[in-house]
Design a protein around this ligand. Structure first.
Ligand code: BGC
Length: 475
């Protein structure tokens, strides 16, 4: 598949007939990310960051990024003591986390709670009632429900929001699997406090900070590695946050006292909503968007994030089935199964190493494709999974390389949370290919901050208390 950044590592060419090879190429070739396209993605991304940093509000409004001040300026310093709670709402699971600090060392207990589809598309109050009841359940299990002192709580709320203070924000839109008809324009902290009041009896918690999952992941990454200055989510959705020098924020209206940095939430999943990425949107991305929960928005993350990668692969496979290249033109369950081919199917297939076909065969069986499947079919399915995954990793890494260069540090660690990064066997390496080429002046390291978005929320509660104690501006 030519000499661009998209060349395949599989032996597909050897396995395929000349005819099928030509047909496969005809489908994949238009999706190829040449260096020229990557440069254009990087330029568009860079423009959005600069526009979002403008002193002029009208200019800022033209950007697809928020570059939101989180008000979080304190990072952990190793002296932390005591109990803190973290909540993580935004992906498929809701988590409650207890972090017990002893001399800066965190001991973490996490419990997962499942939100049903019904709750995700019902009134927002139902989501917050569920959270309140889950916190109560967790505190009872931890023997903390009767705690005399309120436990400081950090709330990871992973939806685009305007941050007004450490513990106050305004929801701009739901994304991913959340489709509540209301809640937009409201403060998630106030909604949670109201639910706690409604559903529980005197829960001993004090919500001191609300943040994006990128911010909590950055906090968790920074706990593991002090060079971690960037938090990235590669899960159901995608977004990043970074530690920025206040003097580099043109639109900054706060003080210039110590600490002279602040965490900025980029909100990058929407890059392209204003059309700036149209030049590289394929027919498959457009179809994914059309049938998604939120058409016309979050354009960027629809090219690679966990909620969409599987569907992108499926659409390419369907195209190959329909032109007779794959499965002899017959694979009803795949053709009709919109959203049924998930990113975890892709990661399973991508985990087939070398000549192995086991995972691929198992996934295909789930779609009723068993006895008639040929070696050529398997090679094509593997090739498509690899190609689309690698393309996705290159798209997000192209954006991240702009962010890395923007920070201008010789070494940067990116703390990453999210099932896509954690489970996909090749995403890390594919992203590194881009950093090596497009961020050559920075030594980039990517680390998994597993469950960082929950644990880091509790860490941010530490920052909030410290800032309050030191009189650092929190709103
Ligand atoms: C949301 C972001 C979030 C990201 C990762 C996106 O859909 O808009 O706020 O950080 O998903 O969870």
């Amino acid at each position: 598949m030519s000499s661009s950044s998209q060349s395949s590592k599989l032996n597909t060419r050897k396995v395929l007939s000349e005819d099928n090879w030509t047909k496969l190429n005809a489908v994949l070739q238009p999706l190829l990310l040449t260096d020229e396209i990557i440069d254009k993605i990087r330029a568009a991304f860079s423009d959005q960051m600069h526009l979002a940093n403008s002193t002029d509000e009208n200019v800022r409004k033209t950007s697809d990024h928020l570059m939101m001040n989180t008000f979080i300026r304190e990072l952990l310093d190793g002296t932390e003591q005591g109990d803190f709670l973290g909540l993580d709402l935004g992906g498929t699971n809701f988590r409650v986390v207890l972090v017990r600090f002893k001399d800066g060392v965190a001991d973490t207990v996490t419990q997962y709670y499942n939100l049903t589809d019904e709750t995700l598309s019902g009134p927002a109050a139902g989501v917050f009632d569920f959270i309140a009841e889950s916190i109560q359940d967790f505190l009872v299990k931890q023997g903390l429900d009767k705690s005399e002192q309120k436990i400081p709580l950090g709330f990871t709320f992973s939806f685009p929001s305007t941050q007004l203070a450490l513990n106050k924000s305004i929801l701009l839109t739901w994304t991913k699997t959340f489709k509540c008809p209301d809640g937009v324009g409201e403060d998630p902290v106030a909604m949670l406090e109201a639910a706690i009041e409604r559903k529980t009896k005197n829960l001993p918690v004090d919500i001191v900070v609300v943040m994006s999952d990128t911010v909590s992941t950055l906090m968790a990454g920074n706990y593991l590695d002090k060079k971690c200055r960037v938090g990235l989510i590669l899960g159901t959705g995608c977004n990043a946050a970074f530690v920025e020098n206040i003097s580099d924020i043109d639109k900054w209206t706060g003080d210039y006292n110590d600490p002279k940095h602040v965490i900025v939430n980029v909100e990058l999943g929407s890059t392209g909503d204003n059309g700036c990425m149209d030049f590289c949107r394929s027919e498959y991305e457009k179809e994914v968007d059309q049938f998604s929960n939120h058409p016309g928005s979050f354009t960027f993350e629809k090219s690679f994030s966990g909620m969409y990668l599987g569907e992108l692969v499926r659409l390419v496979l369907v195209r190959l089935i329909k032109d007779g290249t794959l499965f002899n033109g017959k694979a009803e369950k795949l053709i009709e199964g919109r959203w049924k081919f998930t990113t975890s199917h892709v990661t399973d297939i991508e985990s087939d190493a070398g000549e192995s076909q086991e995972n691929t065969k198992n996934v295909l069986k789930k779609f009723g494709l068993d006895s008639g499947v040929t070696d050529e079919d398997i090679a094509i399915v593997r090739e498509v999974c690899e190609f689309i995954s690698r393309r996705g990793a290159h798209i997000i890494a192209a954006g991240m390389s702009v962010l890395i260069n923007y920070i201008r540090l010789p070494e940067v660690t990116i703390g990453i949370d999210g099932s896509l990064y954690e489970k996909h066997p090749k995403f890390h390496d594919s992203m590194m290919e881009i950093f090596e080429r497009f961020s050559p002046n920075t030594k980039v390291k990517m680390i998994l901050a597993k469950d960082g978005s929950g644990q880091g929320a509790a860490f941010a509660a530490v920052s909030a208390l410290r800032q309050l104690a030191k009189g650092i501006r929190c709103s």
